[in-house]
Ligand binder design. Structure first.
Ligand SMILES: [Ca+2]
Ligand SMILES: [Ca+2]
Length: 441
């Protein structure tokens, strides 16, 4: 009995010391709180579990939930983690004696988007033992419902988490890519003004960041690290190309696809146009039946391919492939000047699995990339039984720069040589020919 009594004293002393602590949720059963409500189970709102929730009786206004913190606490922050059935109008009052109430917060006519349903209210610092939620109008027909109702004394905001993300993953050399920075404090609440963001770009020389805008200086990838003081954001990778996506056609009728594996007339997405429409939302399903049977190795081993005619010669600096989850386990990308002699520029063989991903092929991975007119993607094995699916296939290039046209022989004197769209054209009797003597329409 004596032991029990001493324990009780120690426990009380610990709780008193706790009362002024910052960044501690006082409204938890684990911290000595309890609750009652006009309907529903209010303890589910103070159990530190965002998987359980208080839900008041459906269709009835008003409703009240009162939390007894167990002892007077000093606090300045109320955080409500709403379920979809939030309150359009509500008020919060506090009391030392559960008899005399002081209003501390009134919210009227609010509309909360799903991402706004962890709602934080800063109030004048107050000391109270009881805190009462009073819902007067429901947003939906159901009841009032929240997962957690939290009460804190928020200390000085300290930058704890930094997030950095680019507007897009791919930009042209010299074009800005805005980086969004989100600062969060020790309670996970957004904050501002924690300091200046410093950036590190790897490899050095890939590009520069000014005023939170990344501008690539050359083709390739860059890993960008953002930090404020010693708080670092998770680094992100972006890619840069030069020129334009010269594989993209303006519409389905003007698709640059000139040949492809068999097209299933019943399956529109089977048309490779969808791989080169410069639309990252449309999908090419490079499989006659959309799917490849039971998914065993034999069923996944088939050719899915297409050829695009870029329409002129280009120096290609990047091939950028956006695979859907059903990607290719084995494929190659080939270049040609004349649609007859092909060179393989890139070969992939790996265990792609179910993995939507980007493959940026550039630099040393891109071979024989000068004077390219025809580009071919050729998959020989699908990664899964769901076929080979591609959001988009982009070929970035600059018109071939022909510097010395005097070296190109013109067999007859009345032929003239001009450069059009980056390629050498020979004009004879008003008809244009390419350097291989083929008539250009
Ligand atoms: Ca809960
Ligand atoms: Ca597409």
């Amino acid at each position: 009995m004596k032991h029990l009594f001493i324990s009780f004293i120690l426990c009380s002393l610990t709780l008193s010391a706790f009362a002024q602590e910052t960044d501690v949720n006082f409204a938890l059963t684990a911290n000595g709180a309890t609750a009652i409500a006009t309907s529903g189970n209010p303890l589910l709102a103070i159990d530190d579990n965002t998987g359980t929730r208080w839900e008041s009786e459906h269709g009835v206004d008003p409703q009240t939930l009162t939390i007894d913190l167990g002892q007077p606490r000093t606090f300045n922050t109320i955080q409500i983690v709403w379920e979809g059935a939030y309150a359009k109008d509500f008020a919060v009052s506090t009391s030392l004696d559960n008899a005399t109430w002081t209003p501390v917060l009134t919210v009227e006519d609010q509309y909360l988007l799903p991402e706004e349903r962890t709602q934080t209210h800063f109030i004048d610092q107050t000391t109270a033992r009881y805190i009462q939620f009073h819902g007067t109008e429901r947003a939906l027909d159901y009841g009032y419902s929240f997962y957690e109702f939290r009460v804190y004394l928020t200390g000085t905001s300290t930058l704890t988490t930094l997030e950095a993300k680019p507007a897009v993953n791919l930009t042209k050399v010299g074009e800005g890519n805005t980086i969004t920075i989100i600062q969060k404090d020790q309670n996970g609440l957004p904050m501002e003004g924690a300091g200046e963001v410093t950036y590190t770009v790897l490899p050095a020389g890939a590009g520069t960041v000014t005023n939170n805008i990344y501008t690539p200086a050359k083709v390739g990838s860059a890993l960008i690290k953002a930090a404020i003081g010693d708080v670092e954001a998770t680094p992100f990778e972006v890619f840069a190309y030069d020129g334009e996506n010269v594989a993209a056609g303006s519409d389905k009728e003007n698709s640059k696809v000139i040949a492809q594996s068999d097209i299933n007339p019943e399956l529109d997405a089977n048309n490779a146009y969808y791989a080169v429409d410069n639309n990252d939302a449309t999908i090419w399903q490079g499989c006659y039946n959309g799917e490849a049977g039971d998914g065993d190795e034999a069923a996944r081993t088939y050719d899915a391919w297409f050829t695009v005619d870029l329409g002129a010669y280009y120096d290609v600096n990047m091939v950028y492939i956006l695979f859907e989850g059903a990607s290719s386990q084995m494929y190659h990308v080939d270049f040609s000047e004349d649609n007859a002699a092909w060179t393989t520029t890139y070969t992939y063989e790996g265990n792609a699995g179910i993995n939507a991903h980007t493959r940026a092929i550039y630099g040393d991975d891109l071979k024989n990339a000068s004077k390219v007119r025809y580009v071919r993607f050729w998959s020989t094995k699908a990664a899964t039984q769901w076929g080979v699916k591609m959001f988009d296939f982009k070929v970035f290039g600059l018109p071939l720069q022909v510097t010395d046209i005097s070296s190109v022989a013109t067999p007859e004197n009345h032929m003239t040589k001009v450069i059009e769209n980056g390629q050498l054209i020979i004009i004879h009797n008003g008809v244009k020919y390419d350097v291989n003597g083929r008539m250009i329409k």
